[in-house]
Design a protein around this ligand. Sequence first.
Ligand code: ZN
Length: 253
Amino acid sequence: MTHMKKCHICQNNFERLAKAHLIPDSFKKISGEFGKTDNHLIRAGIYDAKAPKVQTLDFDKEILCPDCDNRLSDYDEALKVFVETWAGSSSRALSVSGRAHVVRFSTDADMLLAGLAVTLFRCSISSRCTSVDIGTKYENEMASLLGERAKLPVPSSFSIKLGGVAPDPEQLELILIDPFRVKTENCYIHVLIAYGTIFIAKFGQQPWPTSFDALPSVASGEQAVNIAVTSLDKSPISDFLKVTAATHRKKTV
Ligand SMILES: [Zn+2]
């Protein structure tokens, strides 16, 4: 007898589930030169279309059926388009290195919120990604919102803040392979970095830690978002990155 597997969204049983990506596939376009995946932070050849992709652990064949997995691709695409247009935008190039300020950038805020929430949801329900945990309550809420095809499949308490790294060419190409969760000021936040853009996400009603006050929140329903442009070492997540990198290095020795 074949062992049936249950899809986390539609709750139906299948003999085989989809090979679901955890973080959007497009985030993994890594040039050979920087293709080492033994560190959380890697450099990617964003402007090199022919750069080979490096397969990391970010897929899971135990979480979603093909139909449900397919429906999430719109949100992945939205995240990809946002990251690529912002990375190459003239607003970003205007930022003054070392001096944080906020830039207004045109994008569909709801698709961006959904893109982040969906990526973190997939990482959270997967046993292959141990660095993300949004909690059972929000996993269930996301699954039912996605299952009923809600227009904005995001818990009402979900919020994000954006940091865009100043246009230092080296930092612009930074990608964090694994999103991760940290606790600061008694609040859990998730961090994801793609092409030098720092996404910080929070599930739950507790207020944002005060150290993140300089980063504006993304407002649902708007056609533009505010992005705080600052260098990575001056951003409120810089300490966590060092800790994570050090921890990860220890593991690979
Ligand atoms: Zn399904």
